[in-house]
Design a protein around this ligand. Structure first.
Ligand code: FES
Length: 326
């Protein structure tokens, strides 16, 4: 069955975007240059009509804002936590799973923009918390920020299979997170708990060597187990962890599994879920190489099982269709 393309920005204040102006809208056939309406995935808003009402041009894009760094804490050799003050609109827009922003040192040029998941939002203080793994040129530069930082956002496609997460209520869910992948797992756990779900978490510090979300997850009410999730020699989930995951899924009647970490973990879990052959929903972090975040540069492109190429910074996909095809 052909997978429907679903744009994360469709129907938001940022739609229509640059892609509409150049005839590359992900969803609207008329804004792809066709003369008929072939809307397969109605989001409650006609993108073409929005484009016409906006005088045949895109809506205003996301801006770069200079924001105050309220707190900066180094929690291991390679991980830093930043608390950044943002306006109320951004606070609300970023308070959901999959939300991320682009950050850069104020003295750096635009091509230093680096995407970072929002770990949590503190509405009382008016801040967002970001965990940064210091790895390459861009993150080493962010490490040097003092009082202010450039921030561009909000972006929302930091995880795939979002619709499953949004619809799960009063069920049981399992989260598997490794390394910096814990950053995207924390808002997932919060969302699941708020919807009345029981959540079990398997955490692995991975290369960063620290489980920086463990206390927060326990505070939320999750049951946390520490286990190795990726064997770095074989680049696979170790057998004993696979057995444990399988046992938890069967015994607890898990309805949704979330994987936060590298693609190899997503692939291992996809294989396991196919073996179990159950109707379990699968969502995972979007670990594509996100560069512009706007569907322009193509660095995040992947192929679906049917061979179509899609830009994963904008497109919501079913993870089983991507990782099941590898
Ligand atoms: S990150 Fe540039 S197209 Fe997706």
């Amino acid at each position: 069955m052909e997978q429907q393309i679903d744009c994360i920005d469709a129907g938001t204040e940022y739609c229509p975007c640059y892609l509409a102006e150049i005839g590359e809208c992900l969803m609207c056939s008329q804004l792809q240059g066709h003369v008929f309406c072939d809307c397969k995935n109605w989001k409650g808003v006609c993108i073409y009509q929005e484009y016409v009402w906006n005088r045949y041009q895109m809506k205003e894009g996301r801006k770069n804002l200079i924001c105050k760094v309220v707190n900066k804490k180094t929690i291991s050799d390679s991980v830093m936590i930043l608390n950044i003050a943002v306006n109320n609109t951004l606070l609300r827009e970023l308070n959901q799973p999959g939300a991320y922003v682009f950050l850069r040192h104020p003295e750096d040029p635009w091509y230093y923009d680096t995407p970072m998941s929002v770990v949590r939002v503190n509405e009382e203080e008016g801040t967002i918390e970001i965990a940064i793994q210091i790895k390459g040129v861009k993150t080493k530069s962010v490490l040097k920020v003092d009082n202010e930082i450039y921030l561009r956002g909000p972006y929302w496609n930091g995880l795939l299979g979002l619709k499953y997460l949004k619809m799960l209520r009063n069920e049981k869910a399992l989260i598997i997170a490794r390394g910096i992948g814990q950053a995207s797992a924390a808002p997932v756990a919060r969302k699941l708990i708020l919807a009345g779900n029981e959540v079990e978490v398997i955490l692995d510090g991975g290369r960063i060597g620290v489980n920086f979300t463990e206390d927060y997850l326990r505070e939320l009410g999750c049951k946390v187990t520490l286990k190795t999730v990726l064997d770095l020699k074989k680049l696979e989930i170790p057998d004993d962890t696979l057995n444990y995951i399988s046992q938890v899924i069967k015994e607890k009647d898990i309805k949704l599994v979330y994987s936060g970490g590298a693609d190899k973990i997503h692939e291992g879990i996809t294989r396991l879920l196919k073996q179990i052959n159950n109707d379990i929903y699968f969502t995972c972090s979007n670990d594509a190489k996100i560069c512009c975040g706007e569907g322009i540069c193509g660095s995040c492109q992947t192929r679906l099982e049917d061979g179509r190429r899609v830009k994963t910074c904008k497109t919501q996909l079913d993870p089983l269709h991507i990782f099941g095809g590898k």
